[in-house]
Design a protein around this ligand. Structure first.
Ligand code: FMN
Length: 181
């Protein structure tokens, strides 16, 4: 039986004039049309890393979408602090990435995030979405000038996230898991 997955979309940037707002709003708008995903937002600018409330929200999610920029070929420190603030709550769940930045579209940030998420025992989704030279891609109204490619990439990413999310939710509920020290 198929049922809705609870997916938390996580802001990577906390900068005051962040473009992350534009990318998150676009992605959340697109995802709202999908009946298989219930989305909630985690924003390290609002949600305090390490708080019980945030820990419970991370725990409650069936999977995650991280929306991250690239800073000096890495990902933002606030995102690392958020990832480090929980442990078992992330475990055996899928995470997908939407990245943006200059010429690389944030791909180098995502490669680093894949290593970190592996240590948190998450499954990283291969399909991803990136926006190179992001400031040229969105109009003042927040819409993409050329949405088709991004929509196709987002749909493929969400399908893969949904598959892993369903499989791992069932597995967490039914199979005991051995944990290494
Ligand atoms: C401190 C800093 C470092 C950056 N380093 C890179 C970089 O290494 N590669 C890149 O493509 N863009 C880089 N950029 C451009 C950002 O990816 C771009 O400004 C993006 O909009 C930042 O996301 P934000 O506005 O949501 O914080 C950098 C921006 C900042 C502020």
């Amino acid at each position: 039986m198929h049922s809705t997955l609870d997916i938390a979309l996580i802001y990577g940037s906390t900068r005051e004039a962040r473009l992350c707002d534009t990318v998150v709003r676009w992605a959340a708008g697109e995802i709202a049309a999908r009946r298989d995903i219930a989305l909630e937002i985690i924003d390290p600018r609002e949600d305090v890393a390490g708080s019980d409330t945030l820990g419970a929200r991370i725990e409650a999610a069936d999977g995650y979408i991280v929306v991250t920029p690239e800073y000096n070929h890495g990902y933002p420190a606030a995102l690392k602090a958020l990832l480090d603030s929980a442990d078992e709550q992330w475990s055996a769940k899928p995470v997908a990435f939407i990245s943006y930045g200059g010429v690389s579209g944030g791909l180098r940030a995502v490669e680093q995030l894949r290593l970190v998420c592996a240590e948190l025992n998450m499954v990283t989704v291969r399909e991803q979405l990136s926006f190179a030279n992001v400031w040229e891609q969105f109009g003042a109204n927040g819409a993409l000038y050329e949405p088709d490619r991004a929509r196709r990439a987002l749909a493929a990413m969400l399908d893969a996230l949904g598959w892993w999310g369903s499989v791992l939710r069932d597995a967490r509920a039914t199979l005991p898991r051995a944990r290494a020290a």
